[in-house]
Design a protein around this ligand. Sequence first.
Ligand code: SAM
Length: 232
Amino acid sequence: MAEVNLLRSLPKTKRNVAKRKEGKDESVIAISREFGQMYFDGPREYGYGGYRYDGRWVPVARDMVQHLQLAPGMRALDIGCAKGFLVKDLMSVCPGLDVYGLDISSYALLHCEAEVVGRLHLGNALTLPFPDASFDSVVAINTIHNLDRSGCLRALGEINRICRRPDKCYVQVDAYRTAEEKDLFESWCLTALTYLTPAGWIDLFHEASYKGDYYWTILESEKATVSGEAGE
Ligand SMILES: C[S@@+](CC[C@H](N)C(=O)[O-])C[C@H]1O[C@@H](n2cnc3c(N)ncnc32)[C@H](O)[C@@H]1O
């Protein structure tokens, strides 16, 4: 189990936290949590403000293949795959790697990349519709924090169950290091139900017996930037 930032090559994105906070109310949050058209492709107040393929996951896929030592013939799963950008890029950078995705959003799956049609499953991270030890590698990027604490434990248990190689698993989750980062995150956040300090997450990983690698999505205080393009 190691801390490693496999999303380090994503461009840093700047966020207008004040604007998000101003527009946020219970109805906006409820709509965002449906993970439908509004979350992915509606106005920025509801989520991504347009979730489109632009190739930015290609270097991430390369880093994953190298770090997790993925190889042709292995079977990999991306939990919270959305429209399948990472699934597509993992297949392109490692031809012969058998990659699948799972997401709770039928909207995302219905608007997936052409290359991944038939590879994406509609489902919930809480109960994965796959046999025990059926994958060599499982990743979940900015997904399981959308569950409450007991849901996170269940989802990590499911990863343990379906993946025969814990050293080839990677989870990235929302986190904060300071009170200021927590405030900033709470002003920005739409869908996350569990956000902890890195130490808090590591405790949760131990409790779930999760043995894979991990990293944090942190909204940094200085200029409200974040590595990657986490939707919330
Ligand atoms: C912040 S987005 C991340 C998408 C993608 N992994 C990325 O990093 O661009 C969270 C994704 O998790 C999905 N999701 C949320 N809750 C889920 C659950 N319980 N099971 C499976 N997918 C879920 C959402 O539909 C969405 O596609």
